[in-house]
Design a protein around this ligand. Structure first.
Ligand code: PEP
Length: 249
């Protein structure tokens, strides 16, 4: 059976304790939606425990933005998957381009992080996406094929893996691919997942991410093989985030 679409908010390095009021607005507005879709909010790690406590039994889930590949150890400043799970997270984003590019994370490290997420019982949201240079070089699909092959561990299932296709050039820029481009890429990702993971790969949700907002969500989120959205900037305001989620109403 097909899983409900997932609309996930990546708050990045934004949010203080007072931001719980925004979560309250998401919870309140989400009540009318969560029978049709899943809502996930990924605040900074400092807010995960308070957000998870507040969102308990609400239908809105809380996730982390990154985790280490080890469960514990001498890794100053890092957060492990068991810590996120202990704090109430249900999922974790791994391999976001701001980690891949800003922190030189390799596909192998992203794969290990996804495995760590699974050990802790978290859904791994594995981000993939081409840079503008790769797109202009006609290397989008080969780049995605390599990231899928090397960043996604064996053993993926529809309920432990979500893929987020996020063209790097679309993140935070206001630019988006055309619906035809999204259809081509998501169709390609679906084919690769199906070849590798069979029926599970057929059911894994493939999110689109990159400058999704209320004004463009309808044309992107209704494309074939788009199973939801990973939303950055527009997830910081409950009204915009819920407006995007409302596509699936
Ligand atoms: C993101 O960083 O995951 C993202 C999709 O950002 P934005 O929506 O702001 O482009």
């Amino acid at each position: 059976m097909a899983l409900a679409p997932l609309v996930a908010g990546n708050w990045k390095m934004n949010g203080l304790a007072a931001s719980i009021s925004e979560l309250d607005r998401i919870i309140a507005g989400g009540r009318a939606l969560t029978n049709k879709l899943e809502l996930l909010v990924c605040p900074p790690a400092t807010l995960v425990p308070a957000f998870a406590a507040r969102a308990r039994d609400s239908g809105v889930r809380i996730g982390g933005q990154d985790c280490h590949w080890e469960d514990s150890g001498a890794f100053t400043g890092d957060i492990s998957a068991p810590m996120l799970a202990d704090a109430g997270a249900r999922a974790v984003i791994v391999g976001h381009s701001e980690r891949r590019l800003g922190h030189q994370e390799s596909d192998e490290q992203v794969r290990s992080k996804a495995q760590a997420a699974w050990r802790a019982g978290l859904t791994a949201i594995v981000c993939i996406g081409e840079t503008e240079f790769e797109r202009h070089a006609g290397a989008t699909l080969s780049r995605l094929e390599r990231q899928l092959g090397e960043s996604v561990p064996d053993g993926a299932k529809a309920d432990n893996l979500v893929i987020a296709y996020e063209p790097v050039w679309a993140i935070g820029t206001g630019r988006t691919p055309t619906p035809a481009d999204v259809a081509e890429v998501h169709g390609f990702i679906r084919k690769r997942l199906h070849i590798r993971f069979g029926s599970e790969g057929h059911a894994v949700r493939i999110l689109y991410g990159g400058s999704v907002k209320p004004s463009n969500c309808a044309e992107i989120l209704t494309v074939d093989n788009v199973g939801g959205a990973l939303v950055g900037g527009a997830s910081l305001k409950a009204e915009d985030f819920l407006g995007i989620a409302g596509t699936y109403r």
